[in-house]
Ligand binder design. Structure first.
Ligand code: ADP
Ligand code: ZN
Ligand code: ZN
Length: 776
């Protein structure tokens, strides 16, 4: 019997990988699951991660020539749970195991191999912990009298008489102090200690005192923020959650509560419960809602045991937070979806706020759905998953209805008793035909002028999901759709064609509207910059103070710099009357009492995307953005501009009538066999050579069809390989194969063997997207 280790090699090009077995040398005592190791691989060395340790006889296991691990390169990055999760991800999302393991490694990376002049070197990651050297008094401090000429020694002792100092501070002040420190330390007059420094995240510094950046998990006195008495609705919600926590069997609780209904307070109480039981909690928030205000609510209640993880932090900051979590001192982790994979101790609760958000789906391998991974995690650890939203996803609403391990609770009222603002739908086609041709409708212009002059604020949203390329008749709102798929046709500049990305149907783009013969057929899609210009000239024409209202634009361009997002929000908060103009990123989380007008410039861009979730996304977005108005004492107005005033999603959203929306939407989805009535998998093939891409996607289509035929299942469909809606992206041609199967089907087990066995084709790239969100 020997000690053996399963190791996943960290070789990203090795598309589909399986673990390799190595022997653990007897003197290798510091090895554990989760360690990075240095191993021989063929004629070269490699770096890998241990995912399993076991005792066995290599010969009996049929393993010939098992080689020994040469060196352990790190402390463990994950434990058995992490290793199991990585395997789950690799299987479920048909992803390379090495890419799944990578989710668990610390920010800043892992050791790498480098070859110079035929010799291999290990480069340890550049980002790591930073130690500060501190100078404190030693046992001889009081007795020691420095010589008169020892100027630096005297300066150091003077500084120390007031308190502890960092070496860095001394050398900034007095130049090189190392020899003075050395001789003082030798005489035990002082001591030099290494202390771990935590680089604070920007979010922490902005909202707590200035020391927050330097001491995490410290001993600062902490007074938790006041806890309000729960409303009856919150108390009911908490009872359901308590019950779930008590059962410890991975129960899922969906908290369906309007904006301002006190969902966050419910999360805070639930976290309190698991902390009291010695467990820790993880709260996922969409990246764009991870503002200082959000984090402050958690820090305010739980103090320095809160760790924060998001992509706007520097790598050093993220490393420190990761390490803080690994130390076990961080007991509450607030972060974007990847926070799920941080080394939390004794996880008891996962909260996913705004669970309907598309950003919980990762768009590179492994293409996981955070909600489903979280559900797997709490099942494994006997914890609880809370999903919260004002507009829960259809998927979650459906599961809450059909699954025994799901419950749902609703909070239909705002805590402060305020009514939700009234939503007015403006039919832009009517505006246009009655001669008003501006981007802003008359009701919106009127509301802006009145409210800005009253010293109030406005939020205007330009609905812009990446790109929107379809034809729209400015007179009647007609958008050409596919005769067999009931999705809108996309406009392709090349050849002036309209195409259906589902079935491949194509037709030449008409010059006049097929419905009303209007010549005003427009390609849709305006940028925020242009809207800002038009808005400026509109405001300039106003009488009174409204003319001077600043416009604060928030989009991908203006928020790319670190801290920019926060600065823009602060300038909006501090302005008198102002307009915040932005993309979807302003739809949620903003809480400004003096916002009285919310306008949606173009509610339909998303609706017309050839995407079966378009209606759901539009409905969600309108409800979310409406929640920005009238949050405090001032009543709010919401104006939704659209060319599809009679669309069911828009009508239902304006009436806050989710039941009506669902009834309509679910019947459509059932008819067309879309989720939640089916599981969708999208296989994307891309490459520079169009013919190779087409051939490869057709080969995959046939291969997948074989898989399903052999599976003996009945409810499945492999759609013909077609060019994607985005048929060319940068220099790449893109095709895809869409697979549908019954919701309970374990599709991974059916298709995984095919993809693992598939020979690599150097001319094309293939991405498997199980439970795809984006089919474009
Ligand atoms: P949501 O997360 O559903 O949008 P929040 O939890 O942010 O709602 O609550 C909205 C506001 O109401 C917040 O300012 C919060 O502090 C306050 N609040 C929440 N619960 C209560 C309560 N039980 N009593 C008084 N105020 C509350
Ligand atoms: Zn079609
Ligand atoms: Zn028309």
């Amino acid at each position: 019997m020997t000690r053996l280790a399963s190791v996943i090699l960290d070789i990203p090009t090795q598309a589909l990988d399986s673990p390799y077995t190595y022997a653990v040398p007897a003197d290798c005592t510091d090895i554990a699951v989760g360690c990075a190791v240095y191993v021989p691989f063929g004629r070269r060395p490699a770096i890998g991660f241990v995912i399993e340790l076991f005792d066995g006889d290599a010969a009996e296991l049929g393993l010939k020539g098992v080689k020994p691990i040469q060196r352990v390169l790190s402390t463990p990055y994950f434990n058995e749970d992490g290793a199991a999760c990585a395997r789950f991800l690799a299987h479920r999302y048909v992803a390379p195991l090495s890419s799944c393991i990578r989710l668990f490694t610390p920010p800043g990376g892992v050791a790498r191999l480098r070859r110079t002049e035929g010799v291999w070197h290990v480069d340890q990651p550049a980002v790591g912990q930073v130690d500060d050297r501190w100078v404190t008094r030693g046992p001889q401090f009081d007795a020691f009298v420095p010589r008169r000429t020892a100027v630096k020694q005297r300066a150091i002792l003077d500084a120390l008489a007031k308190g502890e100092v960092r070496v860095a501070e001394l050398s900034t002040e007095y130049g090189s102090v190392s020899s003075a420190l050395k001789s003082l330390a030798a005489k035990e007059v002082i001591r030099i200690e290494h202390r771990r420094r935590y680089r604070g995240d920007a979010t922490a510094i902005a909202q707590t005192d200035s020391s927050a950046g330097s001491e995490c998990g410290g001993s600062r006195e902490f007074t938790p923020s006041a806890k309000p008495d729960l409303t009856p609705g919150q108390a009911d919600a908490l009872r359901v959650i308590d019950d779930a926590i008590g059962r410890a069997d991975g129960h899922v609780v969906l908290v369906d509560g309007v904006t301002g209904s006190g969902k966050t307070e419910v999360y805070l109480r639930a976290i309190e419960r698991v902390l009291a039981a010695g467990q820790s909690a993880c709260v996922l928030v969409p990246e764009i809602s991870l503002t200082p205000q959000t984090v402050a609510r958690f820090r305010g209640r739980f103090g320095s045991i809160v760790a924060v993880m998001h992509s706007r932090m520097s790598q050093g900051e993220r490393f420190d937070q990761w390490d803080f979590i690994r130390s076990g001192e961080a007991r509450v982790v607030v972060g974007a979806r990847s926070a799920l994979f941080t080394p939390m101790h004794n996880l008891g609760l996962i909260v996913i706020d705004e669970e309907h958000e598309g950003s919980y789906k990762q768009d590179s391998a492994p293409r996981y759905v955070a909600r489903d991974v979280a559900e797997w995690m709490v099942k494994r650890c006997g914890g609880t998953l809370i999903l919260g939203s004002a507009t829960p996803s259809i998927a979650s609403l459906y599961k809450a209805k059909v699954c025994d391990s799901w419950s749902s609770i609703s909070l239909p009222q705002r805590v402060n008793g305020r009514e939700l603002p009234e939503i007015h739908v403006v039919d832009m086609a009517k505006e246009f035909s009655s001669g008003h041709r501006l981007m802003f409708s008359r009701p919106l212009i009127k509301a802006l002028e009145t409210e800005l002059n009253a010293g109030h604020k406005a939020v205007l949203m330009l609905n812009q999901r990446g790109f929107a390329r379809f034809l729209l008749c400015r007179d009647c709102g007609y958008v050409p759709t596919c005769p067999s798929c009931s999705t809108s046709l996309t406009f392709h500049e090349r050849g002036n064609m309209l195409m259906c990305h589902h079935c491949g149907y194509r037709q030449p783009a008409p010059a006049r509207c097929p419905s009303c013969d209007s010549p005003y057929l427009r390609r849709f899609g305006a940028g925020t910059q242009r809207v800002e210009d038009e808005l400026r000239s509109l405001l300039d024409g106003f009488s009174g103070e409204a003319a001077n209202a600043p416009i604060i634009r928030m989009d991908a361009d203006t928020t790319s710099k670190k801290g920019a997002h926060q600065n823009l929000l602060e300038s909006f908060a501090s302005a008198q009357a102002a307009v915040l103009l932005g993309t979807q990123m302003i739809a949620k989380g903003l809480d400004f009492g003096d916002v009285t007008v919310v306008g949606v410039i173009n509610a339909d861009t998303m609706l017309k995307l050839p995407d079966f979730r378009a209606g759901e996304r539009t409905f969600d977005l309108i409800e979310q953005v409406a929640g920005r108005a009238g949050r405090a004492a001032l009543p709010g107005t919401v104006i939704v501009q659209t060319y599809s005033a009679s669309d069911s999603a828009i009508k239902a959203a304006a009436a806050y009538d989710r039941e009506a929306f669902l009834a309509d939407e679910l019947s459509k989805r059932k008819l067309l066999n879309y989720p939640p009535f089916t599981r969708l998998t999208n296989v994307l093939v891309w490459g520079k050579d169009e013919r190779a891409v087409r051939m490869q996607s057709q080969t995959i289509e046939r291969g997948l069809r074989d898989c399903f035929e052999r599976s003996g299942l009945e409810a499945w469909e492999v759609l013909p390989a077609t060019p994607c809606v985005l048929s060319r992206l940068r220099t790449m041609y893109r095709w895809h194969v869409v697979v549908k199967c019954a919701p309970e089907t374990d599709i991974s087990s059916i298709i995984e063997p095919f993809f693992r066995a598939r020979a690599n084709d150097p001319a094309t790239n293939v991405a498997v997207d199980v439970d795809a969100y984006d089919l474009l």
